[in-house]
Design a protein around this ligand. Structure first.
Ligand code: PA5
Length: 413
């Protein structure tokens, strides 16, 4: 594993971790045996069909050639991972801007988007496992109409991509009838575990990020033995935190471009663990911005949380602060100051008695990000299993969808 997991300041003893290692390994074995539903993601980075992967790359090339904008419509697991990775890694100089919609009901946002895309060429990708989600499908209706007016039916079909399960649902049937390209979201992979399938790979490839490298990073961890020994200690530790009364995990970043990675983690852990009256509430903060708001709470507030710092050891960019600036910052670089903030915050919080974990990534590149995604998916699935809940269902989300549809039907009356 290329990630360094530092649990020294968590306050959880080695004995406590060791006591559940066997159980955690057994949980992983069961998840990987694929006797459970929705565990296809565990082997997907290694077993992805080469022809499917080539088709994703070819589609991404075509989209970049033909489009100024690539609009991804999806909500939850159908967009969050792609946005997280693109924000983290987006290389400069990509002609096609990847935009996201269909993840809320903001009319103002849709209007602004319609204005923004007016002058340029557009391709769209609609992503929905169920093929029926209200946020996604209402946006699909609006933007499909826009495409039909702009390009006509034949060209719209060439510019419209759909990612869903290969079986009859509203989206699959419409896309089939219209002749759009359809990529398969395997039946045995759920939304929040789907970043490394076409769901994430197509938008990420359009943004110019190397998806082969991402898959290679994940595939390293998909190998047998990758989590052997103390490899699942983070999952065990989370449950030990819960047992010791901690109810919130705060993921913390020192890079504003990681904010959506925090959103993805919130979705992954929140939907996987928050059920049967259990679960650790996942929160995320971006420093140093949030030190000036939540820093006070972290230092002295209700001790119901633990902190997980996600740190990049070698950021690629830096900027020097001129000698004319205020001492003692003059002549230092922004990154040097950021590192001092990382160390200072960590030390101060540990001294205040807050349990703190560090996950260190040596270089931020597609391979490491693939590894990081697979790492968290695995730890989350094991952690949820250790807590006794099914990591792969989301009955609560389905309940809200049903209630909302009831109100929408009443609008016809
Ligand atoms: O992780 C999940 O399963 C959910 O967050 C879904 O991704 C989300 O509800 C969207 O569902 P769908 O892809 O069916 O539109």
């Amino acid at each position: 594993m290329n990630l360094t997991i530092d649990l020294q300041h968590s306050g959880i003893s080695e004995e406590k971790l060791a006591a559940r290692r066997e159980e955690a390994q057994a949980a992983l074995k069961k998840i990987r045996s694929q006797e459970l539903d929705y565990t296809g993601w565990t082997s997907y980075p290694e077993t992805i069909d080469k022809a499917e992967l080539d088709a994703v790359k070819a589609a991404a090339d075509q989209i970049r050639k033909s489009s100024d904008y690539f609009l991804v419509l999806g909500v939850g697991g159908s967009f969050m991972g792609a946005k997280a990775v693109i924000d983290l890694l987006k290389p400069e100089g990509c002609r096609t801007e990847v935009l996201f919609a269909g993840y809320h009901f903001s009319a103002r946002y849709i209007q602004e988007l319609l204005h923004k895309i007016e002058g340029g060429d557009l391709s769209i990708c609609v992503i929905s496992k169920s093929g029926t989600t209200t946020e996604t499908l209402s946006a699909y209706g609006i933007f499909k109409e826009y495409m039909l007016e702009k390009y006509g039916a034949e060209e719209t079909a060439k510019r419209m991509y759909v990612i869903t399960e290969h079986r009859s649902n509203y989206l699959f049937d419409a896309a089939t009838a219209e002749g759009c390209t359809i990529f398969d979201l395997p039946v045995d992979i759920g939304g929040r575990y789907s970043v490394l399938t076409p769901v994430g790979l197509l938008p990420i490839a359009v943004a110019g990020i190397d998806i082969d490298e991402m898959l290679a990073g994940a595939a390293e961890l998909a190998k047998d033995g990758a989590f052997d020994g103390d490899g699942l200690d983070y999952a065990i530790l989370r449950q030990a935190m819960f047992d010791s009364g901690k109810r919130i995990e705060v993921f913390e970043f020192f890079d504003p471009y990681a904010a959506y990675f925090g959103e993805w983690l919130k979705q992954l852990f929140g939907e996987s663990e928050g059920k049967d009256g259990k679960g650790i509430f996942p929160a995320s903060l971006v420093f140093s911005r949030d030190l000036h708001s939540m820093g006070q709470f972290l230092q002295q507030g209700t001790p119901s949380f633990f902190e997980t710092f996600l740190l990049n050891e070698h950021p690629a960019e830096d900027v020097e602060i001129p000698e004319s600036a205020m001492k003692p910052f003059a002549g230092k670089t922004i990154q040097q100051i950021n590192t001092c903030a990382e160390k200072g915050v960590f030390d101060a919080h540990v001294k205040a008695g807050v349990p703190a974990i560090r996950i260190l990534i040596d270089y931020l590149n597609p391979e490491r990000v693939g590894e990081l995604i697979y790492f968290f998916e695995t730890q989350c699935a094991v952690s949820a299993t250790l807590s006794g809940v099914d990591p792969f269902n989301q009955p609560g989300v389905e309940a809200y969808k049903k209630e909302m549809r009831g109100y929408i039907s009443e609008l016809d009356k």
